[in-house]
Design a protein around this ligand. Sequence first.
Ligand SMILES: Cc1cc2nc3c(=O)[nH]c(=O)nc-3n(C[C@H](O)[C@H](O)[C@H](O)COP(=O)(O)OP(=O)(O)OC[C@H]3O[C@@H](n4cnc5c(N)ncnc54)[C@H](O)[C@@H]3O)c2cc1C
Length: 625
Amino acid sequence: MSLGRYPLIVVGAGHAGCEAACIAAAMGVETALVTMSLDAIAQMSCNPAIGGLAKGHLVREIDVLGGIMAKMADRAGIQFKMLNRARGPAVWSPRAQEDKALYREIVRAHLERTPGVTLVQAQVVGFLVRNGRVHGVALQDCGTIESDAVVVTPGTFMNGLMHIGDRSLAGGRVGEAASRGLSECLAELGFRVLRLKTGTPPRIHRDTIDFSRMLEQPGDEPPRPFSHFTRALEVDQVLCHLTHTTEETHALIRANLDRSPLYTGKIRGIGPRYCPSIEDKVVRFSEKRAHQIFIEPEGRTTHEYYINGLSTSLPEEIQCAILHTIPGLEEVEMIRPGYAVEYDFLPPDQLGPTLETRAIAGLYLAGQINGTSGYEEAAAQGLHAGINAALAIQGREAMRLGREEAYVGVLIDDLVTKGTEEPYRMFTSSAEYRLLLRQDNAIDRLLPRARELGTLSSEELRIAERWVRDRDSAVTRLRGARAGLTPDSDHAARGSTSGQESLAQLLCNGTLALEDVLGRRELADLSRETVESASIEVRYEGYIRRQLREVERTARYEHLHLSDSIWEEPMLELSREGREKLGRIRPTTVAQAARIPGVSPADAAVLVIYAERERRRADLSSVTS
Ligand SMILES: Cc1cc2nc3c(=O)[nH]c(=O)nc-3n(C[C@H](O)[C@H](O)[C@H](O)COP(=O)(O)OP(=O)(O)OC[C@H]3O[C@@H](n4cnc5c(N)ncnc54)[C@H](O)[C@@H]3O)c2cc1C
């Protein structure tokens, strides 16, 4: 029985699916968002927070491109911090503690109010495919929905299997059924399907925590919004707390490793290296006498608390005993045990740069299914896939973000060019141009894209364009205003001053810090964020110029295109490993090809010759036609 037809279907209303559906609808493409439970839309499976190192950059970029995560994070946020302030501005990263229940509620309300999005509660068990192109989905209750394209975002649910000690339970998340049939259907369509795992910590009761034995972790004052379009944050911020494991904790864990599925080999998937369980940490970092543990509220009104840093799959009774060895948790009551979940994923080197699968036209994958871990990485992929599915349906040119343009560009390029065998997490170190990709200048970098796509409202466009004007004005004023410092002024201690330099010059030579210019009367009419961004541009302009020159140098290879047909040629000049990898990943530019592990500089030089030959042929055919 057909349940109708939509131009686009999105499978799974998690962080990736919600972004894909909303952005496609914002671009005018009617979308059915099909998910197993309408009550679990945008559920945060694990930590009650959005953002953090590099993740916060992704959220700011999603915001400028018209996505929803930043706005929702502001509305459900209960504490806001800018991490890494003690280091350079390239790694400053916004992070917000979230009220999980409120976050779910406002995302669902947003979806219900978004014109062009239709929510459908059902389980998708397969895809309708004809002549190598998807044309809809099959539902568990035998219904079908037809479409021109499908974005698949099933998270940790494909054949999800949860583990606590020696108990295993099918499910994508505690209390939610696993999704059956999709992996088998994708394998039959010729895709490689592998296995990953991740874990989550126990949750505890607030009234049984002794906070006096912990360090308070307050939010920033004033709190900064995540979204460029949130005017101001009126939020009564909650406290988090910091404690740590002890030698007793570690001894208890070591004595029970044989009862942890992560260690008994019972869990087949590979776990997240950068989000290790406490068992991992105790074994891998055996020299450490303590590991940091953050105690975070799951929401403003609930008494449930999250224990950040204690992800585990040990038996429940051992988890309770472990908790009682931690300062401040000696009497704590556990509400829910931690657990591990293993699930199917598809190595992302089976996708093109738009996240469309190479094997089946019109089929896009985004989120945890591509081997990433994290709400923000999932949301960024969902946005990218949703935009490109909509562009394809509208017959418009695809969007590809460069590595020098956005962390979203770095994420997608890493996934489709290098693939991943373990859960991929974004880091600032993943971006070779991180000084260009700061969290403060996302508008600069991506506003032109948003204008092209038409994904911002007129009010949002006005706010963004005002921000660019103000920031440019701040730079001009910094360059023009005399600092007026006398040689004996206390700033002079930090650097040389004749009293004639501009504010910009003294920022550049370190005599003035960012804080010193914030209060200057020449800039008093501008916001703190604007002055800060302008000061960073001015202070780091030498380094920024150097990175821009590097971008120009490699741009030549980004514009040397490789058509899909050349991978059918023998290309015997290539190394054996290069030929195997290139034939599997089928890069579309020489620059992308050169980034594939195993492709040598000699291979890249051969590809330059092929690309130049292709370009000459294309020029010739355009002249003769
Ligand atoms: C136990 C656990 C621990 C985790 N720990 C961490 C961590 O420590 N750090 C971290 O960054 N991330 C962690 N994650 C991962 C994080 O939750 C995901 O990265 C993120 O939610 C992925 O977003 P997504 O949109 O890809 O999928 P999800 O948010 O999982 O959403 C998938 C959605 O698709 C729906 N769905 C699935 N299959 C079907 C189907 N066949 N038909 C219809 N609907 C379907 C599901 O119901 C769900 O609503 C953890 C996840 C779990 C479950």
